[in-house]
Structure formats: structure tokens, C-alpha cells
Design a protein around this ligand. Structure first.
Ligand code: NAD
Ligand code: TDX
Length: 334
């Protein structure tokens, strides 16, 4: 199966490429990636000779048309993905997440190709800490940030292209991923690399916000389950029952890295900061037989810390610029 992976040089997309090459000998991969600040050839180290890497923009209609025509399946990971950046400058989020997705959909419509759309639980907005409900496929869209609203817009385009034009698409909305090759702007890698550098972890606001963590390989195995066995036109939520508050994550990282559990700082909160995300993945589990393979968040976290300890060459080039950017807007608060 000839598969076009957009965003395959980013965090989740590159892990998808590695996992697929390890487990699916029937799949040939082309990566389409603009190699923005978030994408790097280094994330595809070791598999360069087994894939084709096309450096280009998903909003380039001519390029996308040519590539889609030549593949059986498109798995669409490419996005502007960081909430903090979307608050600073929303335009690239509209361009890549909305116009880029539109461009891909038009190409798969013209050529009649299978399309899987990667999205996020953030399209559903947030939950109160004491709300007993979790997000399901039926939860109404209610995004908070420029990032999540552009992802929601892209999901709605996919639904409309299925209904109006019969495009052969599926959608997945996943919770927060962690694992190797995640950019150091994101919460977990930022704190691990801070600790390696002797810098105290930075917790936004009161630190009681909850995220529902899943290992990136469990996410990507679910993506394959949906491509293999999912129903066309349907949406599947992906989550591993991994709700943890941010303060606990920081304390776990400090303990696993032999530091005092209270050696962190509170910094300026993110404007509009979503309080809690929580996924009910019953549909994926019962209809498609998926289950997470990582035994626990803490074990996955320990393995992730080990990856950053042994791959400083991968993250060091992006660390200083990332922290300089944060320093411009975040200060330590009591
Ligand atoms: P990332 O920022 O690490 O990677 C994004 C990749 O897309 C990069 O390689 C970048 O170069 C590429 N890209 C950006 N703009 C492009 C463009 N215009 N044309 C071509 N390539 C472009 O993001 P990620 O965390 O790997 O997220 C991947 C997908 O998964 C996104 O769609 C995101 O919304 C979704 N998602 C992420 C999470 C998470 O926790 N990280 C959770 C759920 C869903
Ligand atoms: O330094 C930090 N300190 C901190 O307390 C950073 C970078 C983040 N945080 C908090 C904010 C969030 O409550 O940690 C939590 C996680 O933050 P991010 O890593 O920025 O992720 P989030 O905003 O939850 O969004 C992520 O999950 C859903 C991904 O970035 C999205 O692409 C995905 O859709």
C-alpha cells in the first residue's frame, strides 16, 4: 500500500513512520513535510533509505495533487500544533490546519483515495475537574484556542467532504501524546530537558490542569486499527485512561530524575488555559479491538526521560531558541 504521510518529520508523524516500517512490510511510505521549526530530518534518522521524503507544503495544491494521485492512502498529521504559538500568531494555524487540510481533501476527492485525518480532543473544549463525564464521539465541538478552533474547522471540512462528495475518510481525535522526538516546546520534554540543564521545571498557573496522557505508539497503533477496520465517515476517540494533573507530572519527572519533588516554579498562566481533557475510548476498544500496550504512564514517562537523556544531539539545537521565546512572556510567580 503506497501511503502518503503528511507531517512525517514531526513528533507523532515520525513515530508513525518508524512504527509502520517496523511492523507493516506491505506499506511503502512517502513523507510530505514542510520541515518547519517543528519538523526535522533527524526524526527520520535510520529510515531515510526506506522512505521518500518530499519537502513541501500541504497547501501547495499542485504538489499535493501530484503526490495524492500516486498513492493509495493519505494519513494527515501535518499541522501547526502548539497552543502557546497560536496565541502569539494565529495565522499559520489557519493557513496550515484549515487551508492545508482543504487542499488535501480536494486532491483525495479528485483521485478517489482513502484518507485518515488526525485530530485532537481539544476540539471539544474543556471539562471541570469534578465533572464525572468524559468526551465521546457525540460531544459537541467547543474549542477554546486558535489552535483547537483550526483543528475543529479541519475536522468539519472532512465531515462535509464525506457527506457531500463521498470522500473515503475517517477521523481520530486523540488525547495528549508523550514519547520520543516531541519538540521541547511541549510540556513533558520541556521539563525533562530543563532538569537535564539544571533549570527548574515551569508549571503554568496553579498546576492543577489535567491532561489525559497516551504514549505516542499506542496512538499510532490505534490509527492503524482505524485505517484497517474503521467505518468510512466515522470518528473514533483515542485515549488510554491516563488522566494526571500537571503538578503530579512535574513531581514525577523530578523524582524519576533524582531531584526534590518540590524543585519547580509556577509561571504566568496560559490565557484561556483549558482546565481538563478526558477521553472515553469505549468505541475504539469495543468496535475495533484496540487497547493500549504501555502498562502505565509512569513507566512510559521513565522510558521517555531515558530517550531525552540519550538523544541530546536531537533536542539540543532547538532548546535555547524555545526557552528565549518563553522568557519573553512568562515570569515566575508565587
Ligand atoms: P508537530 O508540531 O510535532 O509536527 C507537525 C509536523 O507538521 C512538523 O514536521 C512540521 O514540519 C509539519 N508541518 C507543519 N506545517 C506544514 C505544512 N504547511 N506543510 C507540510 N508540513 C507541515 O505536531 P505533532 O504533535 O506531531 O502533531 C501531529 C498531529 O497530531 C497534529 O495534527 C496534531 O493536531 C495532532 N495531535 C497532536 C497531539 C499531541 O499531543 N501532540 C494530540 C492529539 C492530536
Ligand atoms: O512549560 C509548560 N508548563 C505547563 O504547565 C508547558 C509548555 C505547558 N504546561 C501545561 C499546559 C497544559 O495544561 O501543560 C499542559 C500540556 O501543555 P502542552 O504540552 O502545551 O499541550 P496542550 O496544550 O495540552 O496540547 C497538546 O495536546 C493536544 C498538544 O500540544 C496538541 O497538539 C494536542 O492537540
Amino acid at each position: 500500500m503506497r501511503t502518503l504521510v503528511t507531517g512525517g518529520a514531526g513528533f507523532i508523524g515520525s513515530n508513525f513512520v518508524h512504527l509502520t516500517l517496523d511492523s507493516r512490510p506491505d506499506v511503502e511510505i512517502t513523507v510530505l513535510d514542510a520541515l518547519t521549526y517543528a519538523g526535522s530530518r533527524a526524526s527520520l534518522a535510520g529510515v531515510e533509505d526506506r522512505i521518500e521524503l518530499v519537502e513541501g507544503d500541504i497547501a501547495d495544491a499542485e504538489l499535493v495533487d501530484r503526490l495524492v494521485a500516486d498513492h493509495d492512502l493519505v494519513v494527515h498529521f501535518a499541522a501547526e500544533s502548539h497552543n502557546d504559538n497560536s496565541l502569539d500568531n494565529p495565522w499559520p494555524f489557519v493557513q496550515t490546519n484549515v487551508v492545508g487540510t482543504f487542499t488535501l481533501l480536494e486532491a483525495v476527492r479528485r483521485h478517489g483515495k482513502r484518507y485518515h485525518h488526525i485530530s485532537t480532543d481539544e476540539v471539544y473544549g474543556d471539562l471541570e475537574l469534578d465533572d464525572p463525564t468524559r468526551f465521546t464521539e457525540a460531544t459537541p465541538y467547543n474549542p477554546s484556542s486558535p489552535y483547537s478552533s483550526t483543528k475543529g474547522a479541519s475536522d468539519l471540512l472532512v465531515r462535509a467532504w464525506v457527506r457531500s462528495f463521498g470522500v473515503q475518510a475517517t477521523i481520530s481525535n486523540c488525547s495528549n501524546n508523550y514519547g520520543p522526538r516531541q519538540h521541547v516546546e511541549k510540556f513533558i520534554p520541556r521539563q525533562i530537558t530543563n532538569v537535564i540543564d539544571g533549570v527548574r521545571p515551569k508549571l503554568y498557573g496553579d498546576g492543577l490542569n489535567v491532561r489525559d496522557w497516551i504514549h505516542v505508539d499506542d496512538h499510532n497503533r490505534a490509527v492503524w486499527a482505524i485505517i484497517d477496520r474503521g467505518e468510512i465517515g466515522e470518528t473514533y476517540l483515542i485515549g488510554a485512561d491516563g488522566e494526571v494533573d500537571n503538578r503530579t507530572v512535574v513531581r514525577d519527572i523530578l523524582e524519576l530524575m533524582d531531584q526534590g519533588a518540590d524543585d519547580y516554579d509556577h509561571v504566568t498562566d496560559r490565557p484561556g488555559h483549558d482546565r481538563r481533557y478526558a477521553i472515553d475510548s469505549t468505541r475504539l476498544r469495543t468496535e475495533l479491538g484496540w487497547a493500549p500496550e504501555y502498562p502505565s504512564f509512569r513507566e512510559g514517562l521513565a522510558a521517555t526521560i531515558e530517550w531525552y537523556r540519550t538523544h541530546e544531539d536531537w533536542w539540543r539545537p532547538m532548546k535555547d531558541a524555545t526557552e528565549r521565546k518563553y522568557a519573553a512572556t512568562q515570569t515566575v510567580v508565587e
